[in-house]
Ligand binder design. Sequence first.
Ligand code: SF4
Length: 472
Amino acid sequence: MNTLYLKSFIRCKRKAWLDFKGDKSYQVWSAHKAIHKVNQYQIFSKLCNGEIYTGLKACEKGYQGVIGLKIKGKFFQNFNAEIRPQLLVKTKGISKWGPYKYLPGVYKLGYKTTKEHLLDLAFSSILLDSFQESKIEKGLVVSSFDKKVNVEEIYLSKKLRKKVLNVLLNLNECLEGFMPEITQDRKKCTICSWQKFCDKEAKENGYLTDIDGIGSKTASLLKTNGITNTHKLASYCEKQLGEKLSIFKDQKYEKGAIFVKQAKAYISGDPYPISNKNETEDLLKKICKGFYIFDIESNPDDKHDFLYGFLKINNLFIKKEDLIYEPILNLKNNKGESYRQIIEILFSRKEWPVLHYGETEKIAIINIAKELNFSFEEIDSLTSRFIDLHTFLRKSWILPLKNYGLKTVSNWLGFEWMQKNVSGSKALYWWIQYQITENEIFLKKIIQYNKDDCLATLQIAEYLIKNQLKKN
Ligand code: SF4
């Protein structure tokens, strides 16, 4: 039993079990995890003024920060355990090494200190007490806001230590048993390295949470009404389902109809059209004289948009090789120059609409226009050119997919990214690598990725136009 299993167990019991007993060949590399590790190291290093070293020798020498230490020991009822404190921070006290001791520290992403942070610290303290021969009263939760390091002290009370022992006993029982069920809260799965493995099983078993819009609450409501899987849902009467969905109030019948159609599409593999004829004709009219596709890459933690990509499409029949793609880099987040280039591009074709996928791009443009002191009317006229294809698609089609993300939809349409296994998190990982190494190769990868995102958006636009006109 170790810290990693404990962390996994708090998130999802099945993950802890898979980490321990699962076939690792099903696990996929997680960009999210890699980003987390890099950020963690940078913040710990800042906290310790760069004096951060690895292993037992670093403790003996009394360095300010120690990472990479594994401590084995026994606790409660003679269980073997291993802790891997994310960080040890030197403080006043007496330990077996001299007139100092170490406190355990954990890294926190975001604002909320969670059970995971508290139990991690409590578990570390149990073995660390005897290992350094000094009592630990508190642990540290380390985070970063606006590039400043923030440290929260957590009192490691008897109650908290007792709580972690109970969790560890449950963890031990779980690891010795059969593989637990897939979690009800499938949002957790989006950043999990076992996602592909679990998705396959969920689909085979007709999990209701595979249906877009059905979360854990709706799934259990459906189950209490005897709708236990996607097949039962697909064959249910839309109106009768609506009557059972009072949690959605006025939208209950609309939701009922969508869930049944979504389940039918998911099982059959066929898309289901929703009539949106006028709007599609309107879209076609707007884009027939040319349009831009716009996509941004950003680091949300630093509130830094580091790349703005524009694809120019003179008409829908132009060959892909002849399209002009213009990347605008904003490496130092000093905005002025990149904002000027963005406005120049947008105003060089004032009549062209700007297609984008999701709401980020429009929000970014509103913020840019505000920073450039555009008047209310100017902002309104600029943003009225922006068309969110994600919203448009959802109003026009029910697709046989688990979600309507850009990757999922365009993959289904047969679009292939030049670089394999890419994602927004991977682009962010490349960006962090670029910031550390200044190696241009990472920028090239990001630009290629952004260009492909623009081309994927174009493929969705083409699908909407061709198929909507066909179906009407
Ligand atoms: S993919 Fe989801 S269900 Fe599977 S282990 Fe990860 S979090 Fe748990």
